[in-house]
Ligand binder design. Structure first.
Ligand SMILES: Cc1cc2nc3c(=O)[nH]c(=O)nc-3n(C[C@H](O)[C@H](O)[C@H](O)COP(=O)(O)OP(=O)(O)OC[C@H]3O[C@@H](n4cnc5c(N)ncnc54)[C@H](O)[C@@H]3O)c2cc1C
Length: 510
């Protein structure tokens, strides 16, 4: 049940942040209208169909998918997890060496320690230190209740008490990057696995927290894939009475007397509301839709921080199964006899994701296989100016990947029924993300404490949500920052923030 709608809010974007912001705004009695430029919900959290196969474009793991996680009740609030089956992998990744050995990355800490010590006894010191730090973090939970700007003195104290046992660990491991840790490893395969399983620039503390989520089995894959996941939140939003318009690209945020009052769409139509939440790309919002008029140096500097590199995703539909490859979150990392060239870069290894574990994505006996590469944004942007060359390069990339996979999976090239290549241009075109970054900013030791404002200096009745409002990005960030944006909006409007799970009839305060 929602209260009578008195105030209205326009939300830009129906990605996970926009849909979640819509749900929370409805729970708090706002009349809501989401404008989305695409034809469907989800933004980056999407899937697409080709020749009877469903290609998944996003979720490898959803942090907060199990009830032991503090994120779980939030996912419940937006109707994302109810009735869904989640699969929990026993291994995060697998790394095959050129001399035929397999290095595993188990999700259980004991299994991880045992296997890595056996594989790389020369690195016993750093392995033990690393796993022991992760074990000491097993009780760690990120405080989620309120955005930092709404903290009062008692909230601050409560947070400090909750975090106190972990402060030392956080300080020490946040100051290091994954590359710093890898540099201590003597074993070539282990070093390469650690560098390739995430990003070398990333804060090492995040890798530790990843181990904790995996060990606690709190980050599962939703059977049915990413679009089905996004559609559950869209359904929840509609059930709450929210309005949504697709094929509606916002060109400008309308401002009167330094207050956001609505939006203007590409077709020239104008739409008005008491407030605007942008859950679209941060750069476009600030420098495009608002023409850079509400800025300070702090915000300008944010857009100089390192980004998640854009991706090339090669997807194949193959008439075969992959019994010898288990469900791996970060994929099977295989060496190549001869390198492949993808978008001007030489690749000596491939990270392969056979989606055998989700039977909804392909007909029986068939499988979708995805190979992901980090890509050079400028290369693909330039190439796209000559459509024939762009198309030819996509085809060449697919052919090379098929040939390379043939080495590891003999017979595969004759079993390929479908191929699809998404480039940084594809990601940018479909979601508007700046320089095709797929999660916003990397979480580095330098920006681990950076707070991104949810409001802009000098502009009232305007809020931001989504992965451009918290370094590290991802789906839980999209959800949390949407909840926080609505919390801040309720605070400015002098009303208590309320949430509701679909099964609950009474609204409860948090
Ligand atoms: C290959 C891949 C794998 C990933 N794996 C994971 C994973 O396993 N786990 C995880 O947590 N995260 C993962 N992510 C990251 C995750 O998808 C994103 O961080 C998250 O979806 C961001 O959500 P968002 O709502 O903030 O932004 P977006 O998804 O970018 O949504 C923004 C929305 O705004 C719309 N929009 C933009 N401009 C306008 C405009 N002018 N007018 C109207 N609408 C507009 C866009 O069309 C889009 O729908 C992955 C991403 C990719 C690409």
């Amino acid at each position: 049940m929602t209260t009578d709608a008195t105030r209205s809010v326009i939300i830009i974007g129906a990605g996970i942040a926009g849909l979640s912001a819509g749900c929370y705004a409805r729970m708090n009695g706002y009349r809501t209208h989401i404008f989305e430029m695409h034809t469907q919900p989800g933004g980056l959290c999407t899937s697409w169909s080709r020749k009877g196969y469903t290609i998944d474009g996003c979720i490898h793991w959803l942090v907060g998918s199990s009830p032991s996680s503090p994120f779980y009740p939030l996912w419940e609030e937006v109707g994302a997890v109810q009735g869904k089956e989640f699969l929990y992998a026993d291994e995060y990744a697998r790394y095959e060496t050129e001399d035929g050995r397999t290095l595993r990355f188990p999700t259980h800490l004991d299994a991880l320690e045992e296997h890595w010590l056996e594989f790389a006894p020369e690195d016993a010191g750093p392995i033990r230190e690393f796993v022991s730090a992760a074990r000491r973090l097993l009780g760690f939970h990120q405080p989620l209740g309120k955005p930092p700007e709404l903290y009062g003195p008692t909230d601050g104290l409560r947070m400090l008490r909750q975090m106190a046992p972990y402060m030392g660990l956080m300080r020490r491991w946040s100051a290091l990057s994954i590359a710093d840790f890898a540099a201590r490893l003597k074993n070539d395969a282990l070093r390469d696995l650690v560098l390739r399983a995430w990003y070398p620039e990333f804060s090492l503390f995040f890798l530790l927290v990843t181990l904790v989520w995996l060990h606690r089995r709190e980050a599962g894959y939703p059977v049915g894939g990413s679009l089905a996941f996004a559609r559950s939140i869209e359904q929840r939003y509609r059930d709450l009475g929210g309005e949504i318009t697709y094929r509606a690209r916002v060109r400008r945020i309308l401002v009167r007397d330094d207050r956001a009052v609505g939006v203007e769409l590409e077709d020239g139509s104008q739409h008005f509301a008491d407030a605007v939440i942008s859950a679209a790309d941060g750069y476009t919002t600030i420098f495009g839709m608002l023409e850079g008029l509400y800025l300070n140096d702090r915000i300008r500097r944010l857009y100089e921080m390192p980004l998640f590199p854009p991706l090339v995703q090669v997807s194949l539909g193959v008439r075969r199964t992959f019994e010898d490859v288990p469900h791996l979150i970060a994929g099977l990392d295989i060496p190549l006899k001869s390198p492949v060239r993808v978008g001007g870069r030489e690749e000596r290894r491939l990270t392969v994701h056979p989606y055998s574990f989700d039977p909804t994505l392909a007909p029986p006996g068939k499988t979708v296989v995805v190979v992901l590469f980090s890509a050079d944004y400028d290369y693909w942007r330039r190439l796209h100016e000559t459509p024939e060359q762009y198309r030819a390069e996509k085809e060449r990339v697919a052919e090379q990947v098929v040939a390379a996979l043939e080495e590891r999976f003999p017979g595969l090239s004759a079993q390929v029924e479908m191929w699809d290549v998404a480039t940084p241009v594809t990601y940018e075109r479909y979601t508007g993300n700046w320089r095709a970054s797929f999660e916003g900013w990397l979480l580095t030791p330098q920006n681990v404490r950076v707070q991104v404002p949810r409001t802009l200096p000098g502009l009232r009745n305007f809020y931001m949500a989504g992965h451009w409002t918290m370094p590290g990005g991802g789906l839980p960030t999209a959800l949390l920052t949407a909840r926080w944006a609505v919390q801040v909006m309720c605070h400015h409007d002098g009303q208590e923030f309320r949430t509701q799970r679909p099964t609950e009839h009474a609204i409860r305060s948090t």
